[in-house]
Design a protein around this ligand. Structure first.
Ligand code: ADP
Length: 398
């Protein structure tokens, strides 16, 4: 090879210089691309780790291959400790079959699958979650997204409860209206029917008296129903007022005893009363009318739902210096255990077929309960079916 001439050398140097510039430009581009790639990778990691959804990569056997931070947080463990553990381990026993089927379908059908299961970890509340899964390209693993739907589930649950409640109220109202129509029509028919019979001028005096007394009784029955409806409407619209005055409890009990004695004895039963405090101490500050109304309702029920034995009304201070406990005890048909709470709700009547015939609108106890609560007390019943019931209520005094 011959040595290069000077112009040739200069040309070569020039070409090299150009080439170097080119290389530098390429290098710069590469650096830029690298930093862009790095940025993208960081962004991706950030996106993956801090996404609000939980991402998992699982093996066919359900082992955790990869997961994001949200996923680790959801399972309540550190990410490093979770790799190679099984996701199924965190799924509640009752939803495990659903989870296993979900995995099986992803790998067998190679379709996108979803399911709902419950995650349960020691010491934490169970969490309702929605899973979506899809197989990876190499078909070795699957990607699973998990979303916490506990709040949704709870809202759904509450909606269903509210709906059931509304339906129940609706049902009760219809039953109440039907019952009420019956309750009003029966005495009304009595009044109209016997008034018609009274028109007969040839009636004996005895028959006349008999018919008049039936008309009177029907009128009273109707008035009672109307009063109950007015009371419960007042309670519900917040118009029922309390009027506190000095009240002699013993007088109240004795008054009710005297008032109902004859009626109870006519049914072949006994009425007894049990005064809990000496006359001097039996004066408390409370709403006399309400106490009277509560006791009357309870005694009326005791008479209505008993055919034999004794009805006892009374009260005692049960060692308390702040409240009195009243009771009305009967030896009647009793109340099924599942009804002892609901009978205090308005319109609710025990739906035993054999006592359907007994008149009532299902308002008495709800009025009694509302009054007791207005006075700051509690009302409850202890009962055994076929043996009898004792209704208790407390009234704080002063
Ligand atoms: P009503 O008597 O008009 O049906 P209440 O609200 O007074 O309405 O009572 C609700 C239900 O509670 C009654 O239908 C009855 O089934 C039950 N009940 C109330 N008092 C007694 C009692 N002393 N013994 C047995 N069942 C009772």
């Amino acid at each position: 090879e011959r040595p290069l001439s000077e112009p040739e050398t200069l040309k070569l140097i020039h070409e090299l210089e150009v080439h170097q510039i080119e290389l530098e430009l390429i290098n710069e581009e590469l650096m830029q691309a690298r930093s862009a790639a790095q940025e993208a990778a960081e962004k991706y990691t950030e996106l993956y780790d801090f996404a609000p959804s939980c991402y998992f990569t699982l093996s066919k056997g359900g082992e955790i291959i990869e997961l994001n931070l949200s996923g680790a947080k959801m399972l309540g463990k550190e990410r490093a400790h979770l790799k190679t553990s099984r996701l199924g381990f965190f799924v509640s026993n009752d939803t495990k079959p659903t989870f296993n089927l979900f995995l099986e379908k992803i790998f067998n059908n190679k379709t996108k699958e979803s399911c709902e299961v419950t995650l349960s970890q020691k010491g934490n509340l169970p969490m309702a979650v929605h899973l979506t899964g899809i197989i990876t390209e190499n078909e070795e693993h699957c990607f699973v997204t998990i979303v916490d739907i506990t709040a949704h589930k709870q809202a759904e649950h509450e909606l269903i409860k509210a709906k059931e409640h509304a339906e129940e109220s609706d049902h009760l109202k219809s039953a109440f209206l039907a019952n009420m129509s019956h309750e009003i029509r029966t005495p009304m028919n009595g009044i109209l029917g016997f008034a018609d019979l009274l028109k007969n001028p040839k009636l004996t005096g005895e028959k006349q008296q008999n018919y008049i007394s039936i008309i009177e009784k029907s009128g009273v029955r109707m008035l009672n129903i109307l009063n109950d409806i007015i009371s419960i409407s007042k309670v519900e619209s917040g118009q029922m007022k309390i009027s506190i005055s000095e009240t002699n409890i013993n007088e109240q009990i004795e008054y009710i005893y005297t008032f109902f004695k004859a009626e109870v004895e006519r049914k072949g039963m006994q009425l007894s009363c049990n005064i809990g405090l000496p006359a001097k101490e039996a004066v408390i500050r409370t709403d006399r009318e309400k106490i009277y109304s509560i006791l009357t309702n309870l005694v009326k029920n005791a008479i209505k739902y008993s055919d034999k034995g004794t009805i006892e009304i009374g009260y005692n201070s049960a060692g308390s210096s702040t409240e009195l406990t009243f009771y009305v005890k009967d030896t009647g048909i009793g109340i099924p255990p599942d009804k002892t709470e609901t009978i205090f709700n308005r319109f609710v009547r025990s739906d035993k077929a054999d006592i359907k015939a007994i008149q009532g609108a299902g308002l008495g106890l709800s009025i009694a309960k509302a009054y007791v609560e207005m006075l700051g007390g509690k009302i409850w019943v202890e009962s055994e079916e076929g043996k009898g019931s004792t209704f208790f209520f407390t009234i704080p005094f002063n």
